[in-house]
Design a binder for this molecule. Structure first.
Ligand code: IPD
Ligand code: CA
Length: 299
């Protein structure tokens, strides 16, 4: 636990069980919605930060479903979602949800997208002032459901199968590690990210850009990626997956031991985390300012 979030109030163990169950149940239900009710003519409903940062009708419908269910089950809790409509908390809990993480994959029919539902304590709008205490990440196409609660381990359920506990194996050396990463929607950020990527890709086995940060981070917990780094994530992208990875024995931080934040996150088993963080930090320092080095053609 990092110093900033060390003194946050934590729910009692029995309450954590209920929060994890609710997160899993709702992520599964929203997952069924986005698969079963996907319109044949699905298109972009509107865009957000840039012309490629898209929202479909199903992003908003899935978020509305999650908010309605959570309000009914836990009316005093706060709500923060990727799409419109949030409420502040009157309890110790805020729900941080991404109704579809990997919206571009969803739009294109690439089966790597997820619903992410997390219960957090503290203020998720302040880096370092919050932490997840229970959560679930569900890929509704593969029927993989990752879930965790603080102190309760990380678990993977596939379809109606049993829960299998996730525990990180001894990681490879950095030079043998398969790293996941992702890119933002803004051309200047992507130019900066490619400069960082150039400094990292020569130090690792290879890099994957799968398209859902939540699934990437859970993949590290499940051992189908060795490590992960990315700039520009929001709390809803990472809240549930952060807990899945740390409960599986991994480390998930910002740079230089700081809390995960939009500047950068790094996730891996502890020894690999040390090596990857050093390489990512050096590459980020060498990459300079995000606003520099972008040709007009890229804008
Ligand atoms: C995006 C995905 C992607 C990551 C981006 C996120 P969205 O979330 O997680 O993998 O690289 O940084 O914004 O927009 O699909 O919910
Ligand atoms: Ca997302």
């Amino acid at each position: 636990m990092d110093a900033l979030s060390a003194d946050l109030p934590l729910p009692a163990p029995d309450d954590l069980v209920g929060l994890e169950q609710l997160a899993l149940e709702l992520a599964l239900e929203a997952g069924r919605l986005i698969v079963d009710e996907r319109p044949a003519d699905l298109g972009v409903s509107h865009t957000k930060s840039t012309a490629t940062d898209v929202v479909t009708v199903m992003d908003q419908r899935a978020q509305d479903l999650l908010r309605t269910r959570l309000q009914a089950a836990r009316p005093h809790d706060g709500f923060l979602g990727e799409e419109e409509g949030g409420t502040s908390t009157r309890s110790e809990i805020t729900w941080v949800v991404d109704p579809i993480d990997g919206t571009v994959n969803y739009l294109y029919g690439i089966p790597s997208y997820a619903v992410s539902v997390a219960a957090v304590v503290g203020d998720p709008s302040q880096p370092g002032a919050w932490r997840p205490v229970a959560g679930a990440v569900v890929n509704p196409v593969t029927a993989q459901a990752f879930h965790a609660r603080l102190g309760g381990g990380a678990w993977l359920r596939v379809g109606d199968g049993p829960d299998t506990q996730l525990a990180l194996a001894d990681p490879p050396q950095l030079s043998q590690a398969l790293a996941g990463t992702g890119f933002g929607y803004d051309a200047r950020r992507r130019a900066w990210q490619t400069r960082v990527l150039a400094g990292v890709i020569t130090q690792v086995r290879d890099v994957r850009r799968i398209g859902s940060a939540a699934l990437d981070i859970c993949a590290v917990a499940a051992g189908t990626l060795d490590c992960y780094f990315e700039r520009g994530l929001n709390p809803w992208d990472l809240a549930a997956a952060w807990l899945v990875l740390t409960e599986a024995g991994g480390r998930f931080t910002g740079l230089a031991g700081g809390p995960p934040d939009t500047a950068m996150v790094v996730g891996a088993a502890p020894t690999l985390h040390v090596a990857l963080e050093a390489v990512v930090r050096a590459a980020a320092e060498a990459a300079g300012d995000e606003q520099d080095g972008v040709g007009q053609a890229a804008l």
